[in-house]
Design a protein around this ligand. Sequence first.
Ligand SMILES: NC(=O)c1ccc[n+]([C@@H]2O[C@H](COP(=O)([O-])OP(=O)(O)OC[C@H]3O[C@@H](n4cnc5c(N)ncnc54)[C@H](O)[C@@H]3O)[C@@H](O)[C@H]2O)c1
Length: 376
Amino acid sequence: MAKEAGANNVSVKPPPEPSPLRKAKFFKLLLDFHGCLLLWNLGRLKIALYFLMRLIHSSTSVLPIAFARFLDVQDMHTNYMLMTGKDENLVTGGAGFIGSHLVDKLMENDENEVIVVDNYFTGSKDNLKQWIGHPRFELMRRDVTQPLLVEVDQIYHLACPASPIFYKYNPVKTLKTNVIGTLNMLGLAKRVGARILLTSTSEVYGDPLVHPQEESYWGNVNPIGVRSCYDEGKRVAETLMFDYHRQHGVEIRIARIFNTYGPRMNIDDGRVVSNFIAQAIRDEPLTVQLPGTQTRSFCYVSDMVDGLIRLMEGDDTGPINIGNPVENTPDDPRQRKPVITKAEESLGWEPKVKLREGIPLMEADFRQRLGIPGKN
Ligand SMILES: NC(=O)c1ccc[n+]([C@@H]2O[C@H](COP(=O)([O-])OP(=O)(O)OC[C@H]3O[C@@H](n4cnc5c(N)ncnc54)[C@H](O)[C@@H]3O)[C@@H](O)[C@H]2O)c1
């Protein structure tokens, strides 16, 4: 029977050695503690380096952003931007015609930061030269068919060639830009909780059987024609937008843009306004497509940009037609002409600049780019 240890009962057995496992646990704890300390100090070092870089350069210049990425402290950079209360805007295709005017407008507001992503297929750095180096502006040469990681609040997704000459040049790439590019931008919007606006087109109505076109019209589109890469590409892009909205709750906006004109259009993009102006300036005969009786209506680019910003900031997902309904031939069923009641009612938007006011501005821009002074 086991005896209890009493005053006269001295145990002969020495106390057991602490288990080597306990020692190991102790050393592991010590190591963990040192590890944490090391990581903590490294973290502090990273933060210190990041803040140092920001002191030297403005927070939106490329260096702190690249540095934040290098140090893996992007979250901190984003939080800083959020704390400073700026709205981060991503404009894909921002070096293009409409995109660069949109950037100009966004940059007018001191509360906006603007990041442009463009592969310069039809756009040019020249369109943005006034902003390069500005503390609230960043330009990235990137293709939207590749995934992109940036922290933004709003995405204006414009990247896509708009002129038939360019979109037919590489139809497979045009489709990839519309489908994979839009998927990538929607993935980004979902990840960072951004609102995304797609610039779709009146071409989704195809060869319309209804005239003029309301947003509720589903269109009459040839799926296998040479323009299909653009028309059908934009239709899929719209589908993706709504599926991300319904399935993942992404905040979307869709603008269906009709013919737009203004400075910075590609001089030789083959569309009627740029053709006429370039030919007139070069003293060349004007090319008129048969039958020659057709009329078109065009929306000046500042009106277009105003409509896009209103759409982004409003509550309507769209799709909403944005274009000028004036000056079309009503009896030409092949003509696309927008019904803009929805834009008027939902966005309080209507085009303001008349063709006779807009054309001289475009002419001045073309003359300057072609180096042909005006005649007095
Ligand atoms: N201009 C119009 O009349 C009109 C009409 C309907 C719809 N839209 C739409 O508006 C948007 C802008 O049109 P725009 O007239 O300014 O055209 P644009 O060709 O001048 O601009 C498009 C921009 O997107 C860039 N881009 C093209 N593919 C890209 C890619 N894969 N990755 C990154 N950048 C890419 C180009 O380099 C260019 O800067 C387009 O989505 C177009 O479909 C325009």
